[in-house]
Design a protein around this ligand. Structure first.
Ligand code: SGN
Ligand code: CA
Length: 532
């Protein structure tokens, strides 16, 4: 009934019959972060839950619907965002890896929302390069952006704003709600935080958080990858071998670059140069004593990995504390303005992440921790409070969902599906039974080879097609994906079926981008410190 009424109002408005009628279509606030793994959200019941990392996001889940089986199509930043803008897989929207530039001239959901009378805005990390199109108001971080005193590219040029990026972006969102909103129109506001992206630099007020506790360790912190295909042994995203004590973990981090051997002009080091004397002092006061304790203990081997993990996980979770507070601030602002009842609030992040799982950080793989995305939607009066949905959903579905909410037409060439029926508690029988995944950025930082694959509720088939290496997992008996069953005779028939289904998905999404690649043999070297 509500939908019918909205569509009717829209039609009347567009035809100019009711020039000043109130438009009751819901507003959308899309809060989107960078690299927030679902298992670092209390409501997702992961092994970090005991730390209570996200009380406000948990509250959002209690007020709305949490999607348990929510996945990205390509676990990396720019591409995930491009999929959301277009409702199309990477090979269709042209943004396959972070090195690409987004073609803003193409069809995007914000443009289509504008066409049906929505006011649109985006603040924070876009990572799509170029000038954003489809937004009535915008300000974006250049590239990855910086945590402290970041530059923001605005409609009136680039400005530097003092403060922590999470707070800067939150303030812009609040300013939009309080001052920039066109009260005659519904709005769609994208609040896009840099946190908790590498290098994990928390706000000053969170630097001491978790100081007096040990963060639980993941069961797979010391994974040896011996029963996976070779790519898992040859990546470059291990806490042990690839996480840098100074660059990533700020041990002896100093603004005096002369003293830092082998420094490169990125993230934390670059950011130190822009910190005010007060910020630098607070930073030194917080990390100085921790560094001293580290040097005194001088850990090595597994103890050093454990120490690095603690420092990393704490900084990651400290960054998330800022995000969680941002969710609270934005929801409070909606309440204060009387907008809460007709505003849908969504929390999501561009992909999952490894927080020591398998001994790793970063993302990219089709393995669970990085393929999963948080997706929580609170739609007052529509989503059942505290509900959990287990249908397979993807970021591919967001564009059509937003258009459906607005009562707009969903273009035929979009490749997802609106989740509005799921939000209403319906159980569509023809909902997808599998999802398609394709990652492209190789060779590149962290060295995860290109791969595509299919995931059903229970099984996953992955193809590292540059090397013609396959993996197959039974997620029920092996949720950590430690035992590749691809060569297990007992699964021969099932794997054959799933290969056909994978082919079917490639055809359905018109993806032949793996075909041009000629497989080369994998040189399976012995991994340092392991038997093979
Ligand atoms: C940077 C990071 C990488 C990260 C990519 C992509 N290095 O290069 O660790 O994988 O971004 O991240 S850093 O030292 O510069 O932080 S993404 O989320 O933008 O795709
Ligand atoms: Ca990311």
């Amino acid at each position: 009934m509500r939908r019918l009424f909205s569509t009717l109002t829209l039609t009347l408005l567009l035809s100019g019959v009711v020039a000043n009628a109130a438009d009751d279509r819901p507003n959308i606030v899309f809060i989107f972060t960078d690299d927030h793994a679902p298992h670092a959200i209390g409501a997702y019941d992961g092994w970090l839950k005991s730390v209570n990392p996200t009380p406000q996001i948990d509250k959002l889940a209690r007020d709305g619907m949490l999607f348990v089986n929510s996945f990205c199509t390509n676990s990396i930043c720019g591409p995930s965002r491009a999929v959301i803008q277009t409702g199309k897989h990477s090979h269709k929207n042209g943004f396959m890896n972070n090195g690409n530039s987004f073609d803003w001239d193409q069809q995007t959901f914000p443009k289509l929302l504008q066409d049906v009378g929505y006011q649109t805005a985006i603040y924070g990390k876009s990572h799509l390069k170029g000038t954003p199109q489809g937004f009535d108001s915008w300000a974006v971080l250049p590239g990855q952006g910086l945590y402290y005193n970041p530059d923001m590219i605005t409609e009136n040029g680039t400005i530097m704003i003092e403060g922590h990026a999470t707070d800067v972006v939150t303030d812009m969102a609040v300013e939009f709600l309080e001052e920039k909103r066109d009260a005659k129109k519904p709005f769609m506001l994208m609040v896009q935080h840099k946190a908790p992206h590498r290098n994990w630099m928390p706000a000053l007020r969170h630097l001491d958080l978790y100081d007096n506790i040990d963060i639980p360790e993941p069961a797979t912190l010391f994974d040896d990858y011996l029963d996976n295909a070779p790519p898992a042994r040859h990546q470059e995203l291990e806490i042990d071998r690839h996480m840098h004590l100074n660059f990533d973990l700020f041990v002896d981090l100093t603004a005096d670059f002369e003293d830092v051997p082998g420094r490169f002009d990125r993230s934390a080091w670059r950011n130190m140069q822009r910190m005010s004397p007060e910020q630098l002092k607070a930073w030194g006061d917080a990390y100085g004593p921790k560094d001293e304790a580290f040097h005194a203990a001088n850990p090595s081997g597994k103890d050093l990995v454990r120490w690095k993990y603690q420092r990393y996980a704490k900084n990651y979770l400290r960054c998330l504390k800022g995000v969680d507070e941002s969710v609270e601030t934005i929801r409070n602002t909606l309440d204060e303005l009387g907008l809460d009842e007709n505003t849908i609030v969504i929390y999501s992040s561009d992909q999952g992440f490894y927080i020591g799982d398998h001994g790793w950080y970063d993302k990219r793989w089709m393995y669970e921790e990085s393929m999963k995305m948080p997706f929580i939607v609170s739609w007052p009066g529509v989503t059942k409070p505290g509900s959990k949905n287990i249908k397979l959903v993807q970021n591919l579905d967001y564009a059509q969902t937003f258009l459906d909410i607005a009562g707009a037409v969903q273009p035929e060439d979009m490749q997802g599906a609106s989740v509005v029926p799921l939000l209403k508690g319906e159980n569509p029988e023809d909902w997808r039974k599998s999802v398609y995944y394709h990652y492209y950025e190789y060779p590149s930082v962290h060295m995860v080879p290109r791969h595509n694959g299919i995931r059903t509720n229970r099984y996953k088939l992955m193809h590292f097609y540059e090397f013609d290496e396959w993996e197959f997992y039974d997620l029920k008996s092996d949720p950590d994906e430690s035992h590749n069953l691809y060569n297990n005779d007992g699964y021969k028939a099932l794997i054959k079926r799933m290969k056909n289904q994978l082919k079917g998905l490639e055809e359905h999404y018109e993806d032949d981008s793996d075909m041009a690649v000629k497989p080369k043999a994998w040189q399976d070297k012995v991994r340092p410190g392991t038997a093979g």
